[in-house]
Design a protein around this ligand. Structure first.
Ligand code: SF4
Length: 243
């Protein structure tokens, strides 16, 4: 991968500063889980509303206080406990398989706390070698858990905003976008700064840069955004009131 140009690096920082000013950095962390709990939470959250995956996680913890109990339970009981999440019949065996795989690879220990002793790139590689764990999940486990390691997750909102701002090419999918966007941030940023970057771009996607009809007229980065400028330039005066 080629390193980002100085121009792109400067633009990424300008976007970060403007969106941080708009959304109030530093942004408080929403979780303080150990990394294994964060991984299970992340697996539950796939294509599920936060409120539903949160309920599924709480129900699972209430029924099985230890992760070894989840690993060794009859799969139907795990499926029942996580029923508020989407596709519990797929997620229950998936979670158990991941817990078994970690146990086997860690010589019988069921914990991911050791990741805190590794460099971020090594920790991500370890996590991404688990079947079905991709860059978003690996970054979420390291950044959102109490490990607080500076790894950048990219969700669909973050991805859409980055594409429209031309921080990444329009044809780059979410997976490969992780490395490109992370490379644009200063290497010495701490976890809070990386977290703020992710949260600010995600919040911008949720609150202003909507999938349909982004609110470009009130966007603090309109002057940096080719997509928004094209949209404003090609809108009729009547449309402009709706932008
Ligand atoms: S100008 Fe419009 S398209 Fe560009 S980031 Fe802002 S809201 Fe999104």
């Amino acid at each position: 991968m080629k390193p980002p140009t100085a121009e792109l690096h400067a633009k990424a920082l300008l976007v970060h500063d403007r969106l941080c000013a708009a959304y109030g950095c530093p942004i408080p962390y929403f979780h303080d889980f150990d990394p294994l709990s964060e991984l299970v939470s992340s697996l539950l959250s796939h294509r599920t509303r936060n409120s539903d995956s949160g309920k599924a996680f709480r129900q699972l913890r209430a029924r099985f206080p230890e992760w070894v109990q989840v690993r060794d339970a009859p799969v139907g009981e795990v499926e029942e406990a996580i029923s508020p999440a989407t596709w519990p019949e797929q997620k229950a065996p998936r979670i158990q398989a991941v817990l078994h795989e970690i146990t086997a690879r860690r010589g019988g220990e069921l914990s991911l706390d050791f990741l805190g002793t590794l460099a971020v790139t090594e920790a991500r590689e370890w996590l991404e070698s688990i079947t079905g764990v991709g860059p978003k999940t690996s970054a979420a486990v390291l950044l959102f858990s109490r490990l607080r390691m500076p790894a950048l997750p990219v969700d669909s909102h973050h991805h859409r905003v980055a594409q429209r701002l031309a921080l990444i090419p329009a044809n780059v999918a979410v997976g490969p976008a992780h490395r490109l966007l992370e490379a644009q941030l200063p290497q010495d940023w701490n976890a809070q700064q990386v977290y703020d970057n992710h949260e600010a771009l995600m919040l911008h996607g949720q609150r202003c840069c909507f999938y349909q009809s982004p609110a470009c007229h009130r966007c603090p980065v309109l002057d940096l955004c080719p997509y928004g400028q094209r949209r404003v330039a090609t809108s009729s005066p009547a449309d402009l009131t709706l932008l």
